[in-house]
Ligand binder design. Structure first.
Ligand SMILES: CCCCCCCCCCCC(=O)SCCNC(=O)CCNC(=O)[C@H](O)C(C)(C)COP(=O)(O)OP(=O)(O)OC[C@H]1O[C@@H](n2cnc3c(N)ncnc32)[C@H](O)[C@@H]1OP(=O)(O)O
Length: 165
């Protein structure tokens, strides 16, 4: 991504499956904010193979889910996935970059309705996704992780946004 209007966002945490730089099995998504949307350019490779030469649907789903987790930086709420739906419109070839764009479609109380679109650099939209996230507080995470990590996650959006693209 080299667009000048984008603001890069920090990973959820270093070991996150979607965006963690230290997760050897991760997708290593680099995510930026573009207004009220978030974007990432993902290139699936042989680790993400489903059918020969094509990305596994679960890998595509994971990329969408994690990107939805970055809309939370825009909404400035912590929330988790309650429901995720992916429409696989066309096979996604390995080795070809796809830009996924996600944003908030509407909010009802704790319910955040999110939507995403994945389009190849050839202009073909190959998948779309919708999700229901439910707003939670730090008690949701605290029993399962280090308290410091949880607190960092809650304060990071405001502290670590940076303009560098
Ligand atoms: C270190 C930090 C790292 C943080 C790192 C963050 C990384 C982000 C990564 C991407 C995101 C993920 O993968 S998250 C991981 C995968 N997801 C999870 O593990 C979540 C597991 N599920 C849960 O914990 C729970 O079900 C919750 C918290 C989602 C919701 O439980 P709850 O709090 O009891 O809420 P509940 O009453 O059931 O539902 C809330 C509201 O939603 C409505 N609702 C519920 N289901 C539906 C539905 N299918 N369609 C419509 N509406 C629904 C209910 O009617 C209610 O409306 P009303 O009464 O309010 O009107």
């Amino acid at each position: 991504m080299a667009d000048s209007t984008l603001t890069s966002l920090p990973p959820h945490h270093p070991q996150c499956l979607g965006c963690g730089p230290d997760n050897p099995a991760g997708l290593h998504l680099a995510v930026s904010r573009d207004g009220d949307s978030v974007v990432t350019d993902v290139t699936f490779d042989k680790r993400h193979r489903g059918a020969p030469g094509l990305a596994h649907g679960g890998a595509i789903s994971a990329a969408c889910d994690d990107l939805f987790g970055f809309v939370l930086y825009v909404v400035e709420e912590m929330a988790v996935t309650r429901r995720l739906t992916v429409d696989y419109l066309a096979p996604v070839p390995l080795g070809q970059p796809h830009r996924i764009t996600a944003g908030l479609q509407r909010r009802h109380g704790r319910r955040l309705h999110l939507e995403a679109t994945g389009t190849g650099h050839d202009g073909i939209t190959r998948f779309t996704a919708e999700a229901l996230f439910v707003v939670v507080d730090h008690h949701h995470f605290a029993p399962h992780g280090l308290e410091a990590d949880v607190q960092a996650m809650f304060t990071r959006p405001q502290r670590r946004d940076r303009k560098d693209r």
